[in-house]
Design a binder for this molecule. Structure first.
Ligand code: NAD
Length: 511
């Protein structure tokens, strides 16, 4: 929700309301929630914005903070400089708490969000290794050498679902390559980014290396239209990402954009049933299904379809509760609008003839009557023309289809528009190898759900899950390529002075 207030322009500094030892740990109402400041030249400032996006605790819908839709004058002020070092480990509990409060996921899941970002920050510490150029003596007294140079100013536009991990996919790699970095967190989950900014200052970032701006479409357009910004990293929906990729590219920027997903799990009858059931429950319902690598479709091959009843029974044990509550397995979805969308898609499946074997539509945990709750839901006997199959649901909903053979399963998965991740459960190396070889998805798990690669690899994607054909991917060596310009220098040094001769006008060849 966007609210409007009158506010005088202010140049005063402000501070975050949380510290390393003091931060929310329950869903109790915050009496006077502060507005999210913006961050420039290592200082937090209150925005003079008159419009704000309200951030609500998804478990209660109490107001947590307001994100300013920053004014054009403030956006112009952003200037940036160099380098990053991190203090994330020490503040991981605080970061996780900010995520649980604003995003809704459970505290242990929020710790995972921080940890997976921290891993990229740690990998970035080996920046000099990544930045090495190549050198070759190409002719007598002549060598060619490559240098990686920073692009200058780069920016990232982030989604709500991983408030720490996704900013950290970009920030460390961007700054160790010598760029300055502008971060636009999701207007729905700004808290972790603000803490990261404070940590960057504490850690000794020079002024201007990191800037954080807030807002929605106007702020994104500002970033896309600023000629000083040479590269844009985007993670989020197809609707926003396809626009950002097209406009950013047309404006001459490098753009990397990771988009939506519909990830399929394929289960063969020979698989380890226990591994399959626990993996699918975790990957389909964890984070209330709000992960781009969540398993949202299950393809049961042949006799494995007999396991559906057990999967349903075991899924009933998932504990839905406020993210700060002990024992909570999943929290609410991000907003009332998101809940409504998820419920509408479940309704549509029922109307189109599917069977709702597990129904989370009426789930309301005790003590949280106002939250955005959807319990684990299993839609059985779906088909590929149903809206629940075609659209990304982004809720704790598993759509189940059955086929007779692995070949049919491969064809079904490959026919889907998206190609982020997939997993096959089987005990057969030959079947797994056939799947690996023939499947069109960026990340393939073999008996491993949510196979998000560690930072020594890169987060790949195929088809509509990545813009521009996936030429540029987040973290790992490809992100070094993304954030740097290679300069190739050929030089000649000789002890002997050149003798007078006729200039050679042919294309030079070195020998
Ligand atoms: P979103 O696209 O709504 O928002 C992402 C960012 O874009 C936000 O910062 C938002 O302010 C901005 N934005 C939104 N609409 C815009 C528009 N029309 N024009 C310009 N800017 C706009 O995405 P979300 O709901 O925050 O995140 C969920 C989506 O992100 C899902 O589709 C999920 O699959 C995807 N996602 C993908 C990956 C991946 O690596 N493939 C990872 C995480 C999330």
């Amino acid at each position: 929700m966007v609210t409007t207030t009158s506010s005088a322009r202010s140049s005063t500094m402000t501070a975050l309301t949380t510290t390393a030892t003091s931060y929310p740990q329950t869903h109790e109402k915050i009496e006077c929630p502060g507005d999210a400041p913006y961050f420039i030249n290592n200082e937090f400032h209150p925005s003079a914005a008159t419009e704000f996006f309200e951030v609500h605790d998804p478990a209660t819908n109490n107001l947590v903070t307001r994100v300013p839709l920053m004014t054009a004058a403030e956006l112009q002020e952003v200037s940036i400089a160099f380098k990053f070092v991190e203090l994330i480990k020490k503040n991981s509990a605080r970061l996780a708490a900010a995520i649980t409060l604003e995003q809704g996921k459970t505290l242990s899941d929020s710790h995972g969000d921080v940890l997976r970002g921290l891993q990229v920050a740690e990998a970035a510490c080996s920046g000099p290794e990544y930045m090495k150029g190549e050198v070759l003596e190409v002719a007598t007294n002549m060598e060619t050498r490559t240098y990686r140079e920073p692009l200058g100013v780069v920016a990232a536009i982030c989604p709500f679902n991983f408030p720490a991990m996704i900013p950290l996919w970009c920030l460390p790699m961007a700054v160790i390559t010598g760029n300055t970095f502008i971060l636009k967190p999701s207007e729905r989950t700004p808290g972790a980014a603000m803490i990261l900014a404070q940590l960057a200052k504490e850690a000794g970032f020079p002024d201007g290396v990191l800037s954080i701006v807030h807002g929605t479409h106007d702020t994104v357009n500002f970033l896309l239209d600023s000629p000083e910004i040479k590269a844009i990293s985007f993670v989020g929906s197809n609707r926003a990402g396809e626009y950002i990729f097209a406009k950013g590219s047309a404006n001459g920027k490098r753009v990397q954009a990771n988009l939506g997903a519909k990830n399929h799990a394929v289960v063969l009858p020979d698989s380890d049933k226990e591994l399959f059931i626990t993996s699918v429950i975790g990957a389909a319902f964890g984070a209330a299904g709000q992960r781009c690598m969540a398993i949202s479709v299950l393809v049961m091959v042949g006799e494995s379809s007999q396991w559906i009843r057990e999967l349903v029974e075991r899924s009933k044990a998932v504990c839905v509760n406020g993210g700060f509550e002990a024992g909570a397995d999943i929290g609410p979805v991000i907003s009332p609008e998101s809940r409504k969308r998820v419920i509408n898609l479940i309704d549509s499946a029922e109307n189109e003839g599917a069977e709702i074997l597990l129904d989370g539509r009426k789930c309301i945990p005790k003590g949280y009557p106002n939250g955005n709750w959807v319990g684990p839901t299993i839609i059985h006997q779906a088909n590929t023309s149903m809206a629940c199959y075609r659209e990304e649901i982004f809720g704790p909903v598993l759509v189940v289809l059955s086929v007779d053979t692995l070949d049919e399963a491969i064809e079904l998965v490959n026919s889907n528009d998206y190609g982020n991740g997939t997993v096959i459960f089987t005990q057969s190396g030959a079947m797994a190898e056939k799947y690996r070889r023939n499947i069109d998805a960026g990340q393939v798990g073999i008996n491993v759900p949510i196979p998000v690669p560690l930072p020594m690899f890169s987060f790949t994607g195929n088809k509509k899950s990545i813009a521009g054909g996936g030429t540029s991917t987040f973290y790992g060596q490809p992100s070094i390529n993304f954030y740097t310009q290679v300069k190739t220098v050929t030089s000649k040094w000789s002890e002997a002075k050149s003798q007078p001769s006729k200039a050679n006008l042919s294309m030079p060849i070195q020998s």
